[in-house]
Design a protein around this ligand. Structure first.
Ligand code: AMP
Ligand code: MN
Ligand code: MN
Ligand code: MN
Length: 276
C-alpha cells in the first residue's frame, strides 16, 4: 500500500517546521503522497507544493477547518482543494478573524490562574499572528516552566472546562463542507475519536456531514489508538465514507507520530485517494 500522509501542520498554523522543511521530512520518511493541512489557512500551500515537486513527492493541497457543531469543536479536513478559490479564502479569513481576541481572553483567564504575560508570550511564538492558537499558549506555558509538556498544559489549563479555556464559535459544518467542495476538494472528518460525543451524537454528525456532501473520515491518525482504527474502519464501511490516513504531525518535539509513520489502513476500505 502507498505510504500516504494527508494531515500535517506547518508554522503557517501551529506546526513547528516551515512547509518546505515538512516536505523534506515527508520525503525522507518515505511518504509517497503528502498533504499540508494547516488550520484555517492555505498560506503555506504554494511553498509546500514547490518543495514537494522538486523532491518528486506527490502533493495534495489541504486545509483543516475549525467547525462548531452541537456546541463542540470539530475539525474538517479538505483535500485536493484549489487554494486560490475565492469563497474558500474569504471563509477561512473569517474563521481566523476571531483568534486574536480569543487569545486576549485566554491570556486574561490564564492571568487569573497565575500565569502572566501569556498573550505576548504566545504571540511571539506564532510565526503567523493571524493563526494564534492554543498550541502557542501551551508552548509559552512550557517555556515559562509551569508544566513539563504541551499535553500537560492542555490537560491542566487549555482543555474545555479548564481555567484557560475560552469557548469560541468557529465555522458551521455546512460552511466548511461547502467551501471545500466549492474549491473542488473532498471533505473529511478529522480524528473522529477525539470528540466528546455519545455514539448517537457521532452518528448524527456523520449523517449531517454526508447530507452536506462530505465524503471521508480519518481512520488511521496520530490522534487515534489502535482500538480506534478498528472502530472507525467499521464506521467508514457502514456509512459509506472514504477512509483517510494522516499523522497530524506538528513538530519533532511534540508529535507522537512522525510524518508517514503510521500503520496502513485496515484492508478493504475504500480510500479517499482511490482515484488520484
Ligand atoms: P485551537 O484551534 O487554537 O483551539 O487549537 C487546537 C490545537 O490544539 C489542535 O490542533 C492541536 O494541535 C492542539 N491540541 C488540542 N488538544 C490537545 C491536547 N490535548 N494535547 C496537545 N495538543 C492539543
Ligand atoms: Mn494543531
Ligand atoms: Mn485537528
Ligand atoms: Mn490537525
Amino acid at each position: 500500500m502507498l505510504n500516504v500522509d494527508l494531515h500535517s501542520h506547518s508554522n503557517v498554523s501551529d506546526g513547528m517546521l516551515a512547509p518546505a522543511e515538512l516536505a523534506a521530512r515527508a520525503k525522507a520518511n518515505g511518504v509517497e503522497i503528502w498533504s499540508l493541512t494547516d488550520h484555517d489557512e492555505v498560506g503555506g500551500i504554494a511553498e509546500a507544493r514547490r518543495a514537494a515537486t522538486s523532491l518528486g513527492l506527490r502533493f495534495v493541497a489541504g486545509v483543516e477547518i475549525s467547525v462548531t457543531w452541537a456546541g463542540k469543536t470539530v475539525h474538517i479536513v479538505g483535500l485536493g482543494i484549489d487554494e486560490d478559490d475565492r469563497a474558500l479564502r474569504k471563509g477561512l479569513a473569517r474563521v481566523r478573524g476571531g483568534r486574536v481576541q480569543r487569545g486576549r481572553d485566554i491570556a486574561e483567564q490564564l492571568e487569573q490562574a497565575g500565569i502572566a504575560g501569556a498573550f505576548e508570550g504566545a504571540l511571539q511564538l506564532a510565526d503567523n499572528p493571524d493563526m494564534l492558537g492554543r498550541t502557542h499558549f501551551a508552548r509559552y506555558i512550557v517555556e515559562a516552566g509551569f508544566r513539563p509538556s504541551v499535553s500537560d498544559v492542555f490537560k491542566d489549563y487549555l482543555a474545555e472546562g479548564k481555567p484557560g479555556f475560552v469557548p469560541h464559535r468557529w465555522a458551521t459544518l455546512e460552511q466548511a463542507v461547502s467551501w471545500i467542495r466549492g474549491a473542488g476538494g473532498r471533505a473529511v472528518i478529522a480524528h473522529p475519536g477525539r470528540y466528546p460525543f455519545t455514539d448517537l451524537q457521532r452518528d448524527a454528525l456523520i449523517e449531517n456531514f454526508l447530507s452536506l456532501g462530505g465524503e471521508g473520515i480519518e481512520v488511521v491518525t496520530g490522534s487515534h489508538t489502535p482500538d480506534q482504527y478498528d472502530i472507525y474502519a467499521r464506521i467508514a464501511r457502514s456509512a459509506g465514507l472514504l477512509a483517510s490516513r494522516g499523522s497530524d504531525f506538528h513538530g519533532p518535539a511534540e508529535s507522537r507520530v512522525d510524518l508517514g509513520e503510521l500503520p496502513p489502513l485496515p484492508a478493504s476500505l475504500k480510500t479517499v485517494w482511490h482515484d488520484w
